[in-house]
Design a protein around this ligand. Structure first.
Ligand SMILES: [Zn+2]
Length: 267
């Protein structure tokens, strides 16, 4: 199939798609959309890989989301290394994550929880560097610490440490700090209905930007409030093009080209 758009972060493996996943994937194929489907636990990492292996236009990312820590081990960071060593050998695995730091709505979680999350985050970074894979980072009210951990780990891993800040909602300055560390940023459907990120979209060079949906969450206009799906990434690309004042086709081609290179996508 011809791929024209890329949604670099979806959870097509989640239960929200159990009833009609085949139809969702058929729509992707019809519109030329590919996606990286992202694990947030051991279980959903496995289901992401299984799904990717059944479809040319689906790739997988394996990791433990920082908010999963509680559920898994009751505040002890646990990285399922042995399982992941097995999973990472599968050819459709293109990245490690989503991993990172989630300091909650107010950014006011306690220091011990922050430290536990940092341990798990560093384990993902080391694992990704060992396997020479990019990482998919989740950050919520934690940009300062994310930048600090990446900068510290850069000294150890050099160019092998690279990746993307998913669901970027920061300032142009914050975006630049990530670019300086060899990271890209991805925008979601939020940019279709909130004007707060136009400055960041405008300032970021096209070769540093990725498009994503984070489906089933946060559908873009005109689907706002409904379940999101990878095909809706077309609306995100349209908006990026509009904000930057470039042709939609140019934006789509550039973004796809970047993604293919950075995530080493082959289909
Ligand atoms: Zn996600």
């Amino acid at each position: 199939m011809e791929i024209k758009y890329i949604d670099i972060h979806s959870h097509l493996n989640f239960k929200e798609f159990d009833a009609d996943r085949g139809e969702v994937i058929a729509r992707m194929k019809e519109k030329g959309v590919a996606t990286i489907t992202v694990g947030t636990s051991l279980e959903t990492s496995e289901s992401a890989v299984a799904l990717a292996e059944n479809h040319d236009n689906i790739f997988a990312c394996i990791g433990i989301h920082p908010t999963e820590i509680d559920e898994i081990t009751g505040m002890t960071a646990h990285f399922p290394r042995q399982h992941f060593e097995e999973l990472v050998k599968r050819p459709k695995v293109v990245a490690v994550g989503e991993c990172g730091l989630d300091y909650g709505r107010e950014g006011d979680i306690d220091e011990k929880s922050k430290e536990t999350q940092k341990i798990l985050f560093r384990q993902h970074i080391d694992f990704a560097a060992q396997h020479d894979l990019p990482i998919m980072i989740h950050t919520r009210n934690s940009a300062k610490d994310i930048l600090e951990v990446i900068a510290e780990k850069k000294k150890e891993h050099g160019d092998k440490l690279r990746g993307n800040i998913h669901f970027f909602t920061g300032t142009p300055e914050e975006a630049q700090a990530y670019f300086d560390l060899d990271f890209t940023i991805s925008f979601t459907g939020v940019i279709t209905f909130a004007r707060d990120y136009d400055a960041a979209v405008l300032a970021a060079p096209l070769d540093r930007i990725m498009s994503e949906t984070d489906a089933p969450f946060v559908a873009p206009l005109p689907y706002r409030g409904k379940r999101n799906e990878p095909t809706y990434v077309i609306e995100v690309v349209k908006k990026i093009a509009e904000i930057k004042g470039v042709e939609e086709e140019t934006a789509a081609q550039e973004i796809l080209k970047n993604a293919v290179a950075k995530w080493n996508l082959v289909w």
